[in-house]
Design a protein around this ligand. Sequence first.
Ligand code: F6R
Length: 608
Amino acid sequence: MCGIVGYVGKRPAAPILLDGLGKLEYRGYDSAGIAVCDSGKIQMKKARGRLKVLSELTHDGEIFPGHVGIGHTRWATHGEPSDVNAHPHFNADNSIVVVHNGIIENYLKLKKKLIEKGYKFISDTDTEVIAHLLDYYYHGNPMQAIIKIMHRMEGSYALGILFKDHPEELYAVRKDSPLIVGHTRDGCIIASDVPAVLKYTRDVYFIENEEIVCMRQDSMEFFNVDEEPIEKEPTHIEWDVDAAEKGGYEHFMLKEMYEQPRAITDTFSPRIKGREICIEELAMSDEEILNIKKIMIVACGSAYHAGVTGKYVLEGMARIPVEVDLASEYRYRNPLIEEGTLTIIISQSGETADSLAALRDSRERGAKVLGVVNVVGSSIAREADNVMYTWAGPEIAVATTKAYSCQLIALYLLAMKFAQVRKTISDTELGGYIEDMKRIPDQVEMLLNNKNRIQKFANRYLAARDVFFIGRGIDYAISLEGSLKLKEISYIHSEAYAAGELKHGTISLIEEGTLVAAVLTQENLYKKMISNMVEVRTRGAFVLAVTNEGNHEIRKAADYVIYIPETNQYFTNSLAIIPLQLFAYYISVGKGCDVDKPRNLAKSVTVE
Ligand code: F6R
């Protein structure tokens, strides 16, 4: 996730910017840059790679003696990691410079308009649009230009801005991306997160949505979007640096679980235009979509589990046959690829060796390959014919949570798009799915806020030896992911079974007190699932059920029930997985395991 730092004060800005950016390194980044206002000029240096490269280029900041500056670490979203795409971004005559965290959803529309007005673009970023848009609206008054662009931009942003004509001022504004400001002993500092400012101040102002800050060496003024001054109270930060990196959460995994509502919104909102699904990066005409004969989804681990859900959703909504494969199996099984096959490779890192090999194999056999990838510019993103990015931001915890949730959203969007074009659902149905999708972030948040209840339940099972997860249809896919989350971070053996399979062998493992987590979100399968729950319960199992609100019948067959809010039959995974993530997390915490770095595991599996 991008990191922003800005400073105005008595001291040279560049070393403070570099120091602050260093404290934001944990957020993940691929390039970095700084811009400093000095002697009536804005000077800038930026470079792909580690911050060390930028420090060397600027001699630890010494080449820029100015006292006002902005800095940035970039996690690529629009455009691959490169020197040119790195921030800051200038307007044409280098008189305005911007750093940005977030996604401008309507940047293509804005870019087109600016090009028509004669603006030239050198990068692929959405941020360069902001620099030129500011230029377009700037007539000597920075505040008015900022307010104008706020009315034009859709999406999320935290911005740090310098104007050459106002060399003593630093501006900041935000909407849906975090930004804090604080007074230092000799000036003002802005940052996208607390660790970057802790060395300079512990009293920070959290900028609220659509608030603007104008900072000078000795003043800090807050305004709303009507340019009216606002009074704000600082918050005193007690956290140490380690806790601050995790935003006050005990672990990155918990922080990332809490980032899910935002990540989900970022993934769907640029792709929903009114009552239409627009996935520009799919680059497939309606005719090509109509000609898809088969979809093959190939991935590893949790990404594979997202793919299993995708199969149910794509087949159910768009009526296209879907095969799902583990990449490590696919690559050696000599798959049959006929004309009209679309292969979807799902990967958070975009570097998983088996998934990459499957991609190459599939292309060689003549399939069109779509990557559903989180890391921009990664190998899978580069080699796929087309890429649909999940906008989860960097994931630090080894066990995936938010990237998985965004993969589900990407697959739902594809299913909705294909169904829309192939007319396998009506406009009314599509409208309903769009409304349901927009409700997911709040519903996820509500489920996350139920964490204390799940923690209490988890604490009863710290000594569990085996846990079974059962479900049918999409609920089987949820079970696969719930089970993987538990075993990988708590080291408790767990299995996911299609509930109907239990009696073909696995049921012999059920003993007095064995925990069985039953997932029932598919109304048409309630009765079947309840029979399976009774089967294990009569053999001594303790049954935890995750089911839809209103399913009161469940109490007859379950010992403990977690309800998920109402959604349609296809989107239930996005909700049911939240209590299972929390359950795994609290078991791991309770057992004292290394939650963020479980033994024997790596975040990116670049070997076979
Ligand atoms: C589990 C987990 C892994 C990954 C798998 C694929 O929590 O994170 O199972 O899902 O290694 O990784 P990517 O998505 O990077 O290809």
